[in-house]
Ligand binder design. Sequence first.
Ligand SMILES: NC(=O)c1ccc[n+]([C@@H]2O[C@H](COP(=O)([O-])OP(=O)(O)OC[C@H]3O[C@@H](n4cnc5c(N)ncnc54)[C@H](OP(=O)(O)O)[C@@H]3O)[C@@H](O)[C@H]2O)c1
Length: 332
Amino acid sequence: MGSLDIPRRRLGRTGPEVSALGLGCMGMSQTYGTPDDAESVATVHRALESGCDFFDTAESYGPFTNEELLGRALAGRRDEAVIATKFGWEYDGAERGPLNSRPEHIRRAVEGSLRRLGTDRIDILYQHRVDLEVPIEDVAGTVGELVAEGKVLHFGLSEAGAETIRRAHATFPVTVLQTEYSLWERHVEDEILPTLRELGIGLVPYSPLGRGFLTGTATRAEDYPETDYRRHDPRFQGEHFRRNTAIVDVVRAVAEEKHLTPAQIALAWILHKGDDHVPIPGTKRRTTLAENLHSATVALTEDELRRLDQATRPGSVAGTRYPESVMHMNGR
Ligand SMILES: NC(=O)c1ccc[n+]([C@@H]2O[C@H](COP(=O)([O-])OP(=O)(O)OC[C@H]3O[C@@H](n4cnc5c(N)ncnc54)[C@H](OP(=O)(O)O)[C@@H]3O)[C@@H](O)[C@H]2O)c1
């Protein structure tokens, strides 16, 4: 399969140019369903052949194994790809410990990521979650040093609040913010997005398919195994699932009229929200990847956008986006 002519977008004002849609690699190693490394590697290769060159991973995915998988998949093709990874927690073996963004820990994490990815540089290095024990200026300063050393090319934040973004950016330029953004999760539109635009920081929407919900193929939380994150996502649970199905009904209706799939409409909606958005839908399958990449060529009319916006206006989504026990780590 040749290149799909996927449009290109710049990450923030000063970041690299990448395909308008990236590939989220987390689900290849954890969170959803059973890993299939051979198909995952083939999916990374298919992405490159299709003109999709922006790959998202993290130390915490696995942990460690997702970076190793991506490193294996990109062996010999490193220069064709833009790699984003993240640091943020301590580990005892595979056991995740507390948040840790102390300078010496960031440096250790970066050495590990470079080794597992089989590369001498990380294109985008994100702080995965804000660590309240470490001033963000110290984090930004450390990443700035790593940039000066050539080990990191650009600085990103994930799930940071507006004030933290400003303070970080004042110390060392933030290229992109990665946060959850999709038809059913629009909290960034209020305060975060205007801040990003004022500062020239790009947005990398994660879980742009609502962890699969917006594709119309999701089932109730209770139907997923204990190891699948969706069993624990409040939006998939009980009465919330039933109410949220009304959103998918609208997405599906627009999709059917255009002979497209709900996933393609959900992704096209994000791409229409701003040319500073580069969503990273996650999949571990070549067929799904092709379906998702096609959304970059979909045009939505004003009326279609209005219907989609109306279906997901504030207050129309039931359930928080994370369980209460981890929600406090977001937006601070
Ligand atoms: N910064 C953070 O804290 C954070 C948090 C979450 C995610 N992320 C990043 O964002 C990326 C994307 O988010 P995500 O993977 O959580 O959620 P997502 O992209 O919203 O959804 C992924 C799920 O949807 C399924 N799917 C994808 N395309 C589909 C299609 N066309 N039809 C039917 N099902 C489809 C996938 O199935 P298969 O897996 O079976 O292909 C997977 O179960 C992740 O891979 C990760 O890199 C970052």
